[in-house]
Design a protein around this ligand. Structure first.
Ligand code: 1CP
Length: 342
């Protein structure tokens, strides 16, 4: 059993950092593209055999130290009653988004065993197939990031309509955020019960807020989720761009914090204190550099984070056009690293 990830999240000493990549199952892998051509996106998520096969691809092909469940954060809005489509080249679309209190009658806090049982079934199958080779990471979107899609109805650089909703209808926004939080708590508990060893909360759009508004519209809900699950499985918070709130996030009881490449490792460590594991923070676009540059930069990143309490990862998801050999060079360089040389 490769338990580097679990040891690192507990703060135990290891000879090198564990490594995995956000969005490691995906379009940069030709083996994924074969299944993508045959099955629709939600069909891939909802069929445990397919989700299992896709989850294992980066473990077998790239040799990462952890598997992450193949699914999407948007299965939660779907389970709450909203229609979610994934349209090729456009990304996710929610045709009937939430715009006002009247739309709230269309959302509910569902029984996750009725609506998301296929995820739990996939996890059980993945755990069996992994047979202890590497730990399995489960995940969910942070309530704020899910609200972004539920209100805006599609991807956006600014999520202006979602932010406007929070500023003009704060009571409705908080009601919706609480419903998402309650759903997410049962969902993550279900994932852990089914076998997820670690869970990660993705707040991809947390960095759109000032630190004070981040606390109001995002972190207070993430904190509720962490409190509910932290004694069941180590929890990692990844709030992209919310570097000014690293100190506050480190106090939630999470075992790990994902950080992006806009903050230097040493600064992140100063903000976070010594009692939490940091994860990141390679610029995903740097995987377009020549392989010798990738190797040099990965070693520098590990050195800057210092020995221990560190998980090597990208600072956001891997990009679909990254060469497989470059992803492999990233992972291999971490696996060849030896803390005793520091
Ligand atoms: O084949 C395809 O074209 C589908 C692309 C794709 C994939 C591979 C989507 C649509 N989702 C996924 C899988 C996925 N999504 C995983 C799988 C596990 C892994 O290998 O990491 C995870 C963890 C996610 C999480 C996710 N979905 C996030 C949070 C992380 C992040 O990257 O910021 C977000 C924001 C989404 C929404 C979403 N789903 C899909 C896309 C293209 C998007 C982003 C839309 C946007 O740009 O706003």
């Amino acid at each position: 059993m490769n338990d580097l990830l679990l040891k690192t999240l507990k703060g135990e000493v290891t000879s090198r950092p564990p490594v995995w990549m956000m969005r490691q199952a995906g379009r940069y892998l030709p083996e994924y593209m074969v299944l993508r051509a045959k099955y629709g996106f939600f069909e891939r998520c909802q069929t445990p055999e397919l989700a299992c096969q896709i989850t294992l691809q980066p473990v077998d092909i790239i040799g990462v130290d952890a598997a992450i469940l193949f699914s999407d954060i948007l299965v939660v809005p779907q389970a709450m009653g909203l229609e979610v489509l994934l349209i090729e080249s456009q990304g996710p679309i929610l045709p009937n988004p939430i715009k006002s209190i009247a739309d709230m009658s269309r959302v509910r806090v569902p029984d996750v065993h009725e609506t998301l049982q296929y995820v739990f079934d996939a996890i059980k199958m993945i755990k069996k197939e992994l047979n202890g080779r590497v730990p399995l990471i489960g995940f969910a979107g942070a309530p704020w990031t899910l609200l972004c899609y539920m209100v805006q109805g599609k991807g956006s650089k600014t999520f202006d309509e979602a932010k406007s909703f929070c500023y003009t209808q704060p009571e409705v926004a908080h009601h919706l955020l609480q419903m998402i939080t309650d759903t997410t708590i049962s969902y993550l508990k279900g994932q852990i019960e089914a076998g997820a060893d670690v869970v990660q909360i993705f707040d991809s759009w947390g960095g759109l807020w000032s630190p004070v508004d981040f606390e109001e519209f995002s972190l207070q809900y993430i904190r509720q989720i962490v409190h509910a699950v932290k004694d069941l499985a180590p929890t990692i918070i990844f709030a992209k761009g919310a570097w000014a709130s690293i100190g506050a996030m480190a106090e939630t009881g999470a075992a790990g914090l994902g950080i992006d490449w806009c903050i230097p490792p040493k600064t992140a460590r100063e903000f976070a204190g010594d009692n939490i594991t940091l994860q990141g923070n390679f610029d995903p676009a740097k995987l377009y550099a020549p392989v010798d540059v990738i190797k040099r930069e990965v070693k520098k990143m590990i050195t800057d984070f210092g020995p221990g309490r560190y998980i090597a990862n990208l600072g956001h998801g891997i990009l679909p056009t990254v060469p497989v050999d470059s992803a492999r060079a990233f992972v291999d360089t971490v696996k060849e690293f030896d803390y005793s040389t520091l």
